[in-house]
Write a protein that binds this ligand. Structure first.
Ligand code: AMP
Length: 503
């Protein structure tokens, strides 16, 4: 009866592999079997039920990464409730918006926030507030320990909600993407087959579990395939290299790879047991791909996805993993560019979410009449179906009426001597509407601004050449390694204002 509930797939795997290792901590101190996972999920589900949570209720979760946070994730699904994870960096004031919008039955927070969350919960008719800390201790764990290890998985349809994941929303209000059991099942099954994930795999897991990458892509595929997870509470390049000789698979954001490259210990020998390195959530520089291949002999497999869609495209397992390309549409997923190239990528398939929570208007706007979701990513698709991403539609700069794609300029900038990384943005300009601005990091002393501009002018049409170049120590990034262009646009918003008008 619980066939549509994605947890029932995990339940089968957990039962068939009860004695085998599901999770080990990176230092080897902790070992959990799949049988342990099944029991913990049942105890936590019973604890949630005791706190009043029923099928369809939202559970807002803002806790540090711990194996117990995974028990909670599994338990919410098992119970047929809706998991709403939040970035641990959000302040209590920010959490207020999500609680008001999602209207959860239960909030699970860090013990240090219990008081604040209880007050917030009282304002928004939240039934219960429980807590869990980074060691997996807290009122929820205490309650779960007293519960029965048996629990009947709730019946759900494939179309029912399993998760409510808020988009990072660098512009405007953050939106809750309604993710169904069917979305999760189709994407995880496809990826297990495509990336050949098996029970022989041991996955290095250092991603946060409040985001689709670490939560759905990594955990769901590992659970379906009965792979072992080598658990890190956070990414640390040295610790990762330490554990690598007992792993076969890694999923990471580009920053993981650049940090690993910063370690002399990253060698072919260090990766001898590794089968596959996967990257996503932000663009992997071709330079990183090439440097990693040269050091380790491994071609990083880059894939592309979104909160709203799960994974959309992937480079092939066999066949060429092309730097700078995100590969081909997954089997069963349709990808197109509507209009001329480069253009906005649209996607349709069983992986695509059900819509934005309580935002029917916004949902209608973001789907085409024939049912494609408009991603907002600008890309090109070649005649073989290979997709490359050029940028975000909202990052497109229109200067003097001309379209400027930041990525094209960033690539030229990155190739200049001394430049580490770059981000190109458009900010208000009195003559051109928007003026092109580059923000760069240096890995060696940079040439003066005028010389960089001159060098760029030899390679780029005049309207594309940044009018100002600012050097910073580091580009602002979010937890997934995405450069926060909105923050840069705010910081340099006044750089073309005539001097003398207010500092
Ligand atoms: P999120 O919903 O936080 O997962 O962010 C999704 C966005 O991340 C996409 O719309 C893309 O803009 C970006 N993204 C994800 N994977 C890639 C990739 N491999 N290359 C470039 N951008 C990516």
């Amino acid at each position: 009866m619980s066939a549509g509930n994605f947890y029932s797939r995990f339940a089968q795997v957990f039962a068939a592999n009860a004695e085998r290792t599901a999770i080990t901590s990176a230092d080897g101190a902790l070992r959990l079997s799949f049988g342990d996972l099944a029991h913990a999920a049942a105890r936590y589900a019973n604890a949630l039920a005791a706190l009043g949570v029923e099928a369809g209720d939202r559970v807002t979760v803002q806790v540090e990464k711990s194996p117990e946070s995974v028990f909670l994730y599994l338990a919410v699904m098992k119970l047929g409730a809706v998991y709403q994870p939040l970035n641990t960096a959000y302040t209590a004031a920010e959490v207020a918006y999500f609680v008001e919008d999602a209207a959860p039955k239960l909030i699970v927070c860090d013990p240090s926030r219990q008081q604040e969350m209880r007050a917030l919960g009282d304002q928004h008719k939240v039934f219960a507030v429980a807590n869990l800390d980074h060691r997996g201790e807290g009122s929820l764990a205490t309650l779960a320990a007293t519960m029965d290890g048996r629990h009947d998985t709730a019946a759900r349809d494939a179309d029912d909600l399993a998760g409510l994941l808020y988009t990072s929303g660098t512009t405007g209000r953050s939106k809750g993407a309604m993710i169904t059991h069917g979305n999760l099942a189709s994407n995880a099954e496809t990826l297990v087959a495509l990336w050949r994930i098996t029970s022989g795999d041991r996955l290095l897991h250092a991603l946060p579990v409040f985001h689709v990458h670490g939560l759905y892509v990594a955990l769901n595929t590992a659970f379906l395939a009965a792979s072992e997870i080598v658990w890190f509470s956070k990414f640390d390049a040295a610790a990762m290299l330490e554990a690598m000789p007992r792993a076969t698979l890694m999923m990471g954001v580009p920053t993981f790879y650049t940090r690993l490259l910063g370690e002399d210990r990253l060698t072919r020998e260090a990766c001898r047991t590794m089968r596959l390195f996967i990257s996503g959530s932000a663009p992997l520089l071709a330079e990183t791909h090439q440097a990693f291949a040269a050091r380790t002999g491994h071609a990083i497999l880059e894939r592309y996805g979104m909160t709203e869609t799960g994974i959309i495209t992937s480079n092939p397992y066999d066949g060429e993993r092309l730097p700078g390309s995100v590969g081909f549409a997954l089997p069963g997923v349709a990808v197109r560019i509507n209009g001329s190239q480069p253009g906005v990528i649209e996607v349709k398939g069983p992986n695509v979410f059900k819509g934005y929570w309580r935002m029917p208007e916004k949902t209608r706007e973001d789907f085409t009449e024939d049912g494609y979701f408009i991603t907002g990513d600008v890309g090109v698709i070649d005649e073989t179906g290979r997709v490359s991403i050029v940028g975000r539609a909202r990052d497109l700069i229109i200067s003097g009426g001309f379209n400027v794609f930041p990525k094209e300029i960033e690539e030229v900038l990155d190739a200049l001597p001394g430049v580490g990384e770059s981000a190109v943005i458009g900010v208000p300009h009195p003559d051109f509407g928007e003026g092109v601005v580059a923000v760069v990091t240096a890995r060696a002393p940079l040439a003066p601004e005028a010389e960089i501009v001159a060098a760029l002018s030899r390679k780029l049409a005049r309207f594309k050449v940044p009018k100002r170049i600012f050097e910073v120590a580091e580009l602002p990034r979010n937890a997934m390694g995405k450069v926060q262009k909105a923050a840069l646009r705010r910081r340099y918003a006044d750089c073309f204002k005539p001097a003398g008008r207010g500092g």
